[in-house]
Ligand binder design. Sequence first.
Ligand SMILES: NC(=O)c1ccc[n+]([C@@H]2O[C@H](COP(=O)([O-])OP(=O)(O)OC[C@H]3O[C@@H](n4cnc5c(N)ncnc54)[C@H](OP(=O)(O)O)[C@@H]3O)[C@@H](O)[C@H]2O)c1
Length: 251
Amino acid sequence: MTIAMVTGASSGIGEEFCRSLDSRSFDSIWLIARRADRLEDIASGLSTPCRVIPADLTSEGDLSRLTSILTEEEPEIGLLVNCAGFGTFGRSWEIPIGETRSMMDLNMGALVTITHACIPYMVPGSTVVQLCSQSAYIPLSDLNVYASTKAFVRHYCDGLRAELRDLGINVLEVSPGWVRTDFIDICTGDNAVPAKVFSHTVTRERVVSVSMRDLDRRRRRSVPDLHTRAQIFLATHFRGLAEHVWKGYFR
Ligand SMILES: NC(=O)c1ccc[n+]([C@@H]2O[C@H](COP(=O)([O-])OP(=O)(O)OC[C@H]3O[C@@H](n4cnc5c(N)ncnc54)[C@H](OP(=O)(O)O)[C@@H]3O)[C@@H](O)[C@H]2O)c1
């Protein structure tokens, strides 16, 4: 049995990945997130057999339950998509530290733990997709720790890809700019974020269709649009200028 496993499957980009994977020849799609009802709804709309695994990926108990399922069932994992993640706007020292720790646990800790648990069940041709972000490329005031977690993901993707090359397993970093999902509302919360911050957004459908194309081409990185590609180029080659542009949104 070859499965695809998607974390953060209950909404946004993860949900869209599940829909897109429905037309691929997986024997089962495993959907993981906290909201069981949302996962059941999404699963019921897919023709591929699904397994719904409600889990809070910041909980050690839930992570080890997930790992135990893999150990017991030993499925072949053709694709792992790590989408679960969130961010919070605000000065880093003003955001409650518990919330920040939770974000770090999810965006980095859970992503590494799940990847670590899945790799033994992958085969040549399998792929790990990690949801990274444009923010991985530039220090962002007011989105500081979130951007730092994504810088970690980017670095981790590059190292992991090199480690897995000889095993024939690819690692695809997906780095969009703003995507129209619940993420933006969760990230903004009660903060008065200037509208121009979100002046350029893309759809989750676009992110996933470009990612699937790049996955099939065994690419290293997927960026869904020209605007974000240009921003990443700017941040990579002219970091000071890119920081200046970001700060300008808040003036
Ligand atoms: N939207 C953007 O602008 C944007 C841009 C760049 C990168 N990204 C990245 O893309 C990924 C997906 O984001 P999205 O835009 O699809 O946002 P979203 O619609 O808010 O989806 C986030 C997903 O993460 C799950 N999740 C959150 N906390 C969790 C926890 N403790 N345990 C398990 N699952 C948890 C949520 O499910 P439950 O609430 O049901 O648990 C949900 O399925 C994230 O890693 C994000 O950083 C997003």
